[in-house]
Design a protein around this ligand. Structure first.
Ligand code: NDP
Length: 330
């Protein structure tokens, strides 16, 4: 067990943020009752915002970014964890105000950790990451709204991204017919391979539209927000549920109450960062049960720690397909 480890560290300079790979010691870690030997992290859209400084995600400098990690407990004074436990961390402000996953070591509160189900390896946990766990929360939201496969199609927006890709794989395995909305027509075969039955151009949904449209889908997983979310709601069948988790197009919601008061549509907000522990455990257990690992592998690219800073800008530019696993020890 060595005390030094490698990490990405973001510091604040007069001219903005600086990002470097540094050697740190465990004394540089923040408070917590569980120390984890990190195996893998990942790059989510929010990590892109943090790494580039495009939004004020990082609240304390200098900081190790990375909102996710999976690894093995090295030491613990928390009664719920012991050395050797395989754990995953998603959110809770890690990589924002507390040192995060782009490091070979992490120290966090045990209350933030989920023990990984036997069917999910540490690498697969990060192929899933916050994006995939959020996709599962969306599927749980649809189920909570009573949207079963017989009720009609499900629209997935931002389809070729992380949340979108995992949502398609989950929904198709659960028997739903999926309509994938993407700006990347070149990814049609990729999306069909994950289980999409129909591909639509995201331009169909991205401009201001009518308050109510033809009823096309029974439910929605939306990672995009703005006009796309409004149009997704306007095309939802009577009594359907729209799960909203993202803002890739924008944070605004320029719409009408018509779908809610005339069609009984439910808009279900999805938050992964502060989701209660019972929900997290349920989501990870359902991921172990309902995610086809071959499809997960097909949507995953593996990179090294040094590749992460450049990927931050790429994910914001919508150039990353599916999911990225970061091997922090490579
Ligand atoms: P990705 O970048 O992997 O996916 C986002 C996708 O959205 C892109 O791949 C692209 O898909 C589409 N997109 C990008 N820009 C635009 C645009 N201007 N207009 C329309 N579509 C666009 O990100 P993630 O999957 O990691 O995250 C998706 C969203 O969900 C983000 O906004 C993120 O912040 C949010 N999120 C929220 C969570 C929560 O707790 N609520 C947790 C996790 C993520 P395509 O090329 O197919 O069109």
């Amino acid at each position: 067990m060595t005390d030094t480890f490698r990490a990405i560290r973001v510091s604040k300079a007069e001219t903005g943020q600086t990002t470097e790979i540094v050697n740190l010691t465990t004394a540089d870690l923040m408070d917590g009752d569980v120390t984890v030997a990190v195996d893998y992290s990942t790059v989510n859209y929010k990590d892109g915002l943090a790494l580039t400084g495009a939004a004020p995600i990082i609240r304390s400098f200098p900081l190790i970014p990375g909102i996710d990690f999976a690894g093995t407990v090295e030491s613990s004074t928390n009664a719920g964890f012991k050395a050797g436990d395989r754990v995953v961390l998603n959110g809770y402000g890690v990589g924002e105000g507390h040192n995060g996953g782009y490091a070979q070591k992490a120290r966090v509160k045990g209350d933030w950790l989920v023990k990984l189900p036997a069917g999910i390896s540490n690498a697969h946990a990060m192929a899933i990451g916050t994006a995939g766990y959020t996709a599962m929360l969306c599927v749980l939201g649809l189920e909570h709204g009573g949207v079963t496969p017989d009720k009609g199609d499900i629209l997935v927006t931002g389809a070729a991204g992380g949340v979108g890709s995992v949502a398609i794989a989950l929904l198709s395995k659960l028997g739903y017919r999926v309509i994938a909305s993407t700006g990347r027509a070149s990814e049609a075969d990729y999306l069909k391979g994950l289980g999409a039955s129909e591909i639509i151009d995201r331009n169909e949904l991205s401009a201001a539209g009518r308050p109510l449209n033809k009823e096309r889908w029974a439910g929605v997983v939306d990672a995009v927000g703005s006009h796309t979310l409004v149009n997704a709601i306007a095309g939802t069948r009577y009594g359907g549920t729209v799960t909203a988790c993202g803002l890739a197009q924008g944070m605004d919601l320029p719409g009408s109450v018509a779908p809610f008061i005339l069609r009984g549509i439910t808009l279900a907000g999805i938050d992964s960062v502060n989701a209660p522990m019972t929900k997290r455990v349920q989501a990870w257990s359902r991921l172990a049960q309902d995610l086809d690992l071959k499809k997960l592998d097909a949507m995953t690219t593996r990179v090294k720690l040094a590749d992460v800073p450049a990927l931050g800008a790429e994910i914001l530019a919508g150039k990353v397909r599916g999911r990225i696993v970061v091997d922090v020890n490579a």
